[in-house]
Design a protein around this ligand. Structure first.
Ligand code: ZN
Length: 356
């Protein structure tokens, strides 16, 4: 039995509800992936490939450009909010905002636009709500990057119908100072590593973060201490101290450039990069991206957080976030989505991919 009937596939709201009512907490995406796969195969105009519980579908019409629409299939754990409930213009329940209303739009376009003006690829993937190593899109970008090939990507995460372009990168570094232990009664015999941290904090205090415009989007960077440590005992001059610094960097820097910048700021200190995730260019200078912004009403803003769009960036594909859900409701017990917003996003996407 299929819940994704032809009638359901034809209506983005019914489709949102149907997807939400298939339970798919992370690690349990087999059933929803089966349903989506069966529905796409029935359509006949798409080639599909499944890797685990991640499904890629594509048109192959020989168009000059290819656009990717992507959405994750999983949700966070149930919290007394399953299945969905419809109340007037609002659909309540787990996954309605994050992000089955968005994933439904990708599936709806796949089902109802057999001859798009660009070639389209669709990615429905698993394990987004847990550690990145299990993320279906992340795994595919490493093992089968050719399946994700596109000129531009739209990730249908909740943005409340606004185009949020690119994303900032993030890097964590540890700045360490070293000294020499001694009894604090004879401190002149030692060298205090904690005191040596002072210039690190001074540089952070004096740091003027850039505001950068990339492809018409303004990104505001930040360089901030997030942890600090050091000390041996109450009567010992410490021989080591450290500050963990988080750098949020604009998409005109890649990870190497971000690291070089941080090393320059802390020149003379021992700097170790502990964690890093790439930025993603908004790519709004590209015609397919500009056309999408126009179809979505002409407004856009920079994405300041980090999202899966950066997975596309590592493959050289510019990407934006765009979905009907309200990001403030993601992962909340009272998660919900407004039906008119689903319809508005559906109209924008359809106008974008349909031949005029
Ligand atoms: Zn999400």
């Amino acid at each position: 039995m299929t819940v994704l009937s032809e009638a359901v596939l034809a209506d983005p709201v019914a489709l949102t509800r149907a997807l939400c009512d298939i339970p798919s907490v992370s690690w349990n995406e087999a059933e929803i992936c089966d349903e989506v796969e069966a529905a796409l195969k029935r359509l006949g105009h798409l080639t599909t490939e499944r890797v685990g519980n991640t499904l890629i579908a594509r048109t192959d019409l020989g168009r000059g450009r290819r656009v990717m629409l992507a959405g994750h299939l999983d949700t966070v754990p149930v919290n007394d909010n399953f299945p969905t409930r419809l109340d007037g213009d609002v659909l309540w329940g787990l996954g309605t905002s994050d992000m089955k209303s968005g994933t439904a739009l990708a599936l709806w376009i796949a089902a109802t636009v057999p001859e798009p003006k660009f070639d389209l690829s669709f990615a429905f993937y698993d394990c987004e709500e847990i550690e990145a190593e299990h993320n279906g899109l992340n795994k595919l970008s490493k093992t089968r990057p050719e399946l994700l090939a596109a000129d531009f990507a739209i990730l249908l995460e909740p943005t409340y119908g606004l185009v949020e372009a690119g994303c900032q990168g993030t890097m964590r570094v540890r700045v360490t100072t070293s000294g020499k232990r001694a009894h604090s009664a004879r401190s002149w015999k030692g060298e205090n590593a904690i005191h040596k941290i002072a210039p690190v904090l001074e540089r952070l205090n004096a740091y003027e973060a850039r505001e950068v415009e990339v492809d018409g989007c303004t990104y505001r960077e930040g360089l901030n201490a997030v942890f600090i440590g050091g000390g041996v005992a109450g009567n010992v001059i410490p021989d080591e101290a450290w500050v963990d610094v988080n750098f949020r960097f604009a998409p005109d820097r890649d990870e190497a450039a971000a690291e070089a910048h941080v090393r320059e700021v802390f020149a003379g200190f021992d700097v170790h990069v502990s964690d890093t995730a790439p930025s993603c260019r908004p790519g709004l200078d590209r015609p397919e991206a500009a056309e999408f912004v126009a179809a979505a009403g002409g407004e856009f803003r920079a994405k300041l957080g980090w999202t899966d769009v950066a997975r596309f960036a590592t493959l050289g594909i510019p990407a934006v976030n765009f979905g009907p859900g309200d990001p403030n409701l993601a992962h909340k017990q009272d998660e919900r989505v407004e039906i008119p917003r689903i319809r508005a996003c559906a109209d924008a996407l359809r106008a974008y991919v349909e031949e005029q």
